[in-house]
Design a protein around this ligand. Structure first.
Ligand code: ATP
Ligand code: LTN
Length: 330
C-alpha cells in the first residue's frame, strides 16, 4: 500500500532555526518520514511578503535547507525543495486567488496582526494574499495531512474551503487536507519571559541552534525561573522551570516525572547546568553537520535542485488538471 502524504513548509526568515522551531515543528517532520511520503519546503516566496534583503534571503534559504538535513530530514526518504524553484506554486496561487473573496481574505488574523505591526498602510498585497499562496503550496501535492502550529489553523481552513470551492465549481481535483496540529506541550517559552513563546523576534530569550555554544550555555544559565527552589512541572505557577523541564526531557528522553524525582531537594543551579549540557551537546553536532553541508555550496545547490525536480513532477500533474478544468487552452 502506498504511504499517505504529508506536506509542510517553513520560512527562511532567520539566520538560524531556534529550539522552538525544532521541538515544536521540525522534530516531528523528521519522525513523520517513517510513516508518510513527506514533502517539505523552504517558503522563500512567503519570506518576501515583508521587507527583506535579497542576499540575506538567498543565504538564509541555503542555511535553512542545510539545517533541515542536519536535523534529520532526509532527501532520500522525503522530497525537500525550495518554493521559488517550483513555479507551479505561483501559477496555482493565481487561480485560487480568483476564487477567494476579498472579505474572506480580509478575515485572516495573521495578516491583521502582521500588518498592524508594520504601521497602517505599509503592508504589501503579497502579505494580504499570503494564505492563498499557502493554499497553493498545499493543494499542489494533494497531501492527506499538513503538520502546522496552532497559528496556521485558519490558513488550513481557507485551504480546505478553496479546494472544496474549486471542486464544486469546476470538477473534482483536490482532496481536502487535514491539519496535524503538533501537540500543545511542544510549545517552548522564552527564557527571559516565560509567559511568552520562544520566538526569533525576541532574541535575548531565544536559543538559536546555530548560536555559539557558549552563548547557548549562558542563555540557559540565566533563564528566568521563580523564587521557589523546587524543580516541579507546573506551567501556570512555574512557567520558567516547566519550560526547562520540557527542554531537558525532549533532548534527554527522560520523562518529566523522572526528572522531578531526580532533582528532588536540589537547587536550580545543577538543574540548569544539565539543561545547558544536553542542549550544547546537541548544538555542537548539529552545527558541525550544518557547516559541512554549507562548505560545498555547489553540491548543496545541486541537492536543492534535484528536490525541485522531484517536487515538480507531482506539482505539474495537479496544475495540468487545474488548468484543464479552468478552461485554459492546453
Ligand atoms: P516569529 O518571530 O514570527 O514569532 P517564530 O520564531 O515563532 O517567528 P516561525 O517561523 O513562525 O517562528 O515558526 C516556524 C515553525 O516553528 C512553526 O511551525 C511554529 O509553530 C514553530 N514554532 C515557532 N516557535 C515555537 C515555539 N516557541 N514553540 C513551539 N513551536 C514553535
Ligand atoms: N505560513 C507557514 C509556512 C508555510 C506553510 C506552507 C506551512 C508556508 N506555506 C504550507 C504548511 C504548508 C508558517 O509561517 N509557519
Amino acid at each position: 500500500m502506498s504511504k499517505s502524504r504529508v506536506l509542510s513548509g517553513i520560512q527562511p526568515t532567520a539566520d538560524s532555526f531556534h529550539l522552538g522551531n525544532q521541538l515544536g515543528a521540525l522534530n516531528s517532520w523528521v519522525d513523520l518520514q517513517a510513516e508518510y511520503d513527506c514533502f517539505y519546503f523552504i517558503a522563500d516566496q512567503h519570506a518576501i511578503t515583508v521587507e527583506y534583503d535579497p542576499e540575506v534571503l538567498r543565504n538564509r534559504t541555503r542555511v535553512s535547507y542545510a539545517q533541515l538535513l542536519a536535523l534529520g530530514v532526509s532527501p532520500e526518504q522525503s522530497t525537500i525543495f525550495v518554493q521559488s524553484q517550483v513555479p507551479e506554486h505561483s501559477q496555482l496561487a493565481w487561480v485560487l486567488s480568483c476564487l477567494t473573496g476579498y472579505g474572506e481574505a480580509s478575515r485572516m488574523t495573521q495578516f491583521k496582526d502582521k500588518s498592524a505591526k508594520g504601521g497602517a498602510g505599509s503592508a504589501s498585497v503579497g502579505l494580504f494574499t499570503y494564505p492563498i499562496l499557502q493554499a497553493a503550496d498545499i493543494l499542489l501535492y494533494q497531501p492527506e495531512f499538513v503538520p502546522v502550529g496552532e497559528d496556521q489553523r485558519q490558513h488550513l481552513e481557507l485551504t480546505r474551503d478553496l479546494a472544496g470551492r474549486f471542486n464544486g465549481r469546476f470538477g473534482e481535483v483536490f482532496g481536502l487536507p487535514k491539519p496535524l496540529i503538533v501537540k500543545a506541550t511542544a510549545k517552548i517559552r522564552d527564557l527571559q519571559d516565560p509567559t511568552k513563546k520562544m520566538s526569533k523576534s525576541l532574541p535575548t530569550g531565544c536559543l538559536f541552534l546555530l548560536d555559539d555554544p557558549k552563548k547557548i550555555e549562558k542563555k540557559i544559565k540565566s533563564a528566568v525561573t521563580d523564587s521557589e527552589t523546587v524543580v516541579r512541572f507546573d506551567e501556570e505557577n512555574k512557567p520558567g522551570v516547566s519550560n526547562l523541564l520540557s527542554i531537558l526531557s525532549a533532548y534527554s528522553g527522560e520523562s518529566i516525572a523522572d526528572l522531578e524525582v531526580r532533582y528532588e531537594g536540589q537547587m536550580y543551579g545543577p538543574f540548569k547546568t544539565e539543561v545547558a549540557e544536553v542542549v550544547v551537546d546537541f548544538a555542537k553536532g548539529f552545527q558541525e553537520r550544518t557547516n559541512e553541508l554549507l562548505a560545498d555550496t555547489g553540491a548543496l545547490d545541486q541537492q536543492i535542485a534535484s528536490g525541485a525536480t522531484k517536487a515538480r513532477s507531482v506539482a505539474q500533474q495537479t496544475l495540468d488538471a487545474v488548468y484543464e478544468k479552468s478552461g485554459f487552452l492546453r
